[in-house]
Design a protein around this ligand. Structure first.
Ligand code: NDP
Ligand code: HSE
Length: 347
């Protein structure tokens, strides 16, 4: 029996419980044994949930349970999520997470700590929801020199831009819908301000080149300035506005940006609509690879978390080179200056 604990029982956490329950047969076939949720840490009680008896409010209950080998963190925010992650790793437990804020800020330290304690720290769900993009970089493209990575990495703003385009409305009108669908962060300024996508491009760049950039090294413009007029002007030229995150490495230095871009039908990103995300990896042997799928939402994100749980259970102390990160220094970074207006995307 693989015993696990969940931290956070919101959109993603409850989705993880659902996937573990509904896909019990396929998961046990992969693992060769059953999986059991031993504890769920949350601030609230869930008296009507079948998991009501598993809810705890003190992380120490989980840390002190020697049978729990894997902890899935889906609380959001940097603190106390990062502190709980650190404590779980120090207690000899692997941690998997959907929390890109923690990975983008503390990922290098937590990966080092996990290596020291012979456990895993995995975060496939932190970028692209259900799209398997991080392990593709770590594994399937491992013989390649990565030239650039770019994509539509924020599901809520892509959903909002798509609906604004279809219905001719402003972003404030569509925000409540994106919230009701569970796509937005607790603080939606991370989404509409572009910082959520910035954290995700930081993680992709770290997977590609092993350097973790600080958030302020990513030139970031969100969608708050996009008006229905901008969208109809783009449509008049047969184009769409997309919030694109981009990372390139030139002469050993990495530059990252997030900004609204004009995409034309020839671009691989043009048809990525609604809450869907796409990650386009340009590598020197494989060429251009496009990964496309559900970038946000309960079950797609839970799919990535549960797959990481399976990976941590099967290979509890694997130490892959792609997960050896160091902090980027000034010599590793170029901060791109963004010009005013909505720039076209190079094909
Ligand atoms: P939710 O707000 O729906 O769920 C978070 C849960 O954690 C809530 O029940 C919250 O309780 C609880 N919680 C918060 N702080 C604590 C704490 N200190 N101790 C115990 N419980 C706590 O968020 P999501 O499920 O949407 O997101 C979770 C994480 O996954 C975030 O990092 C997010 O960025 C990431 N993510 C989300 C995706 C999505 O589509 N929703 C997709 C990919 C990643 P309360 O509600 O009472 O505050
Ligand atoms: N708020 C995020 C988004 C959730 O809209 O993409 C998925 O990371």
């Amino acid at each position: 029996m693989i015993k696990i604990a969940l931290l956070g029982f919101g959109t993603v956490g409850s989705g993880v419980a659902e996937v573990i329950e509904n896909n019990r047969r396929v998961i046990s076939r992969r693992l060769g044994e059953q999986t059991e949720i031993a504890h769920i840490l949350d601030l609230r009680d869930f008296p009507d949930s079948p998991y009501a008896g598993k809810i705890v409010h003190d992380i120490d209950t989980i840390l002190a349970d020697p049978e729990v080998k894997i902890v899935a963190e889906m609380m959001g925010g940097v603190h106390p999520a990062a502190d709980f992650t650190k404590a779980a790793i120090e207690a000899g437990k692997s941690v998997v997470t959907s929390n890109k804020a923690v990975v983008a800020e503390e990922g290098d330290k937590l990966l080092r700590l996990a290596r020291k304690h012979g456990v895993r720290y995995l975060f496939e769900a932190s970028v692209g929801g259900g799209i398997p993009c991080l392990r593709t970089l770590a594994d399937s493209l491992s013989c390649n020199d990565i030239i650039s990575v770019r994509g539509i990495l924020n599901g809520s703003t892509n959903y909002m831009l798509t609906e604004m385009t279809k219905r001719g409305i402003g972003y404030g009108d569509i925000l409540p819908e994106a919230r009701a669908l569970g796509y937005l962060e607790a603080d939606p300024t991370a989404d509409v301000g572009g910082f959520d996508a910035a954290r995700k491009i930081i993680i992709l760049a770290a997977m590609a080149w092993g350097k973790l950039l600080p958030l302020d090294a990513v030139s970031t413009v969100g969608i708050t300035g996009i008006t229905p007029g901008d969208i109809s002007a783009a449509a008049a030229e047969g184009k769409k506005i997309k919030l694109v995150a981009e990372a390139t490495r030139t002469g050993g230095r990495i530059s990252c940006s997030v900004s609204p871009r004009l995409t034309s039908p020839g671009s691989m990103l043009y048809s990525v609509d609604g809450p869907f995300n796409a990650v386009e990896i340009n590598s020197n042997a494989a060429g251009r690879t496009l990964l496309y799928g559900c970038g946000a939402g309960k079950l797609p994100t839970a799919s990535a978390v549960v797959s990481d749980i399976i990976e941590a259970a099967l290979r509890p102390s694997e130490d892959l080179p792609a997960y050896r990160w160091t902090k980027a220094g000034p010599d590793d970074i170029i901060i791109p200056g963004l010009t005013d207006g909505i720039r076209p995307l190079c094909e």
